[in-house]
Design a protein around this ligand. Structure first.
Ligand SMILES: *Cc1c(COP(=O)(O)O)cnc(C)c1O
Length: 420
């Protein structure tokens, strides 16, 4: 019997064999460590019948955000093979990240949304161990007011309310000054908000005047790479980033950066500690190592080189589609979130008898599947990306090598069909 078959049989029957004291095959005594068979990955997308697509959208959570660079995948695969003490790994990763990202403390979270929740929990429970168990329902004696600009309410408010906090809304700097009470526990800032009259600097200054920590959600706001330290250096006490967007780590990771004391308080509210608000937001060794490796990868990139590459892809697609009558294309860089070149394509709907939404559907249903940016056709736009019924937005930054050609050809084909 060839050795490989023997080994497979052994692995299949291993536990019973050991329990029964049976030794399978004279060449493989049970107490010998078995070399791993080389992994030949099963394509589970294929097995499950889920068809991947070319990502001409960007880092949208529902589209599974980014893909990880090879070196990040390799680091995860290596880490997955060995057990470690999770708290030792959390602590070491936090110290490493804090040093590299120029802040006092860092915590790997299960996403930016988890970072928002842990930031709130940290502010509510610091120096008060019983509060960790008591939030969000047993709030006697706990401060629970979070001040926010009215224009900064958004889809992640729930992460703050989960901790038992309630919002106090302000619009002007004067209202902000007067909103602080003895129950104020944190102030919240949405970094990529399109509205809001109070600047980051004023937001931080006034909070600190009242001795209240200031949180900033910058989840989707890299590149530029320096944003990983710009906001902590500006004075924000806690800042959250998504690990699976521009940083290109595992999708279910995030970074919480900031003051050492608050990061430690956030950690106490997090998994693996049980009976905490964060126990359901576990990050495993694979995610922790994956995010650290992704930060290493990201810090080795160059903003100008990344922008040049994205502009090149956009130019290639623009050139190809502009041969269709009435089509115009230009590069657009959103101001804060997703701050990279996108291609905006517009056309005369009298000449091309398809709405942008119809173009998006045809791209999605074609072979290969292609997902355009969700702000196409006036869909739910990410900050700064204008949409309209004849506006197609191509996010080029998550394309793999060669996919710009495929997107260009397919888009030209679909637009040409509409022009017939
Ligand atoms: C994506 C995003 C989040 C959530 O990030 P996750 O890492 O998916 O949890 C939170 N806030 C903003 C502004 C985002 O763009």
């Amino acid at each position: 019997m060839p050795r490989s078959i023997n080994r497979r049989k052994f692995l299949r029957n291993g536990s019973q064999a050991v329990a029964g004291g049976v030794c399978i095959g004279s060449v493989l005594p049970v107490n010998t460590s078995i070399p791993e068979a080389p992994a030949s990955a099963v394509d589970y997308y294929q097995k499950l019948g889920v068809t991947p697509f070319i990502n001409a959208a960007g880092t949208y959570t529902i589209l599974s955000a980014s893909t990880m660079p090879d070196q990040v995948q390799a680091a995860i695969s290596a880490a997955a093979q060995k057990p470690v003490h999770l708290m030792e790994l959390h602590k070491a990763a936090g110290e490493y990240l804090a040093k590299r990202l120029r802040c006092e403390g860092a915590l790997v979270t299960s996403g930016a949304a988890a970072g928002i929740k842990l930031a709130t929990a940290a502010c509510m429970t610091r120096g008060n161990k019983s509060a960790i168990i008591n939030i969000p329902t047993e709030m006697q004696g706990l401060k629970n007011e979070v001040i926010v600009q009215k224009a900064h309410h958004y889809d992640y408010d729930h992460a703050i309310r989960d901790c038992g906090a309630r919002f106090v809304d302000v619009e002007t700097l004067d209202e902000y000054e007067r909103a602080f009470t003895e129950r104020t526990v944190m102030t919240q800032f949405f970094n990529a908000a399109e509205g809001g009259r109070i600047s980051r600097e004023d937001w931080v200054r006034v909070a600190h005047k009242h001795g209240v920590p200031c949180f900033n959600d910058a989840a989707a706001d890299v590149p530029p790479i320096s944003n990983l330290w710009n906001y902590t250096e500006m004075g924000f006490d806690l800042v959250a980033f998504s690990g699976g967007k521009g940083i290109r780590g595992p999708q279910c990771t995030g970074l919480l950066l900031g003051k050492k004391e608050l990061i430690e308080a956030a950690q106490l509210n997090n998994s693996p500690y049980s009976n905490t608000i964060g126990r359901g937001m576990k990050v495993g060794k694979e995610e922790i190592v994956g995010l650290v490796a992704a930060v290493d990868w990201f810090l080795a990139q160059d903003d100008a080189a990344m922008e040049a590459e994205y502009r090149k892809r956009a130019a290639l697609i623009a050139e190809r589609v502009q041969s269709v009558p009435s089509v115009e294309a230009r590069v657009f860089i959103p101001p804060v979130a997703n701050h990279v070149p996108h291609l905006m394509i517009t056309y005369d709907m009298n000449r091309i008898k398809l709405s942008a939404i119809e173009v998006m559907q045809r791209m999605r249903e074609g072979t290969p599947r292609i997902e355009l940016n969700p702000s196409t056709g006036g869909g739910p736009a990410s900050a700064g990306l204008a949409g309209g019924s004849n506006v197609i937005v191509v996010g080029v930054w998550m394309l793999q090598p060669g996919e710009d050609q495929i997107v260009a050809s397919r888009l030209r084909e679909v637009l040409s069909e509409g022009a017939k």
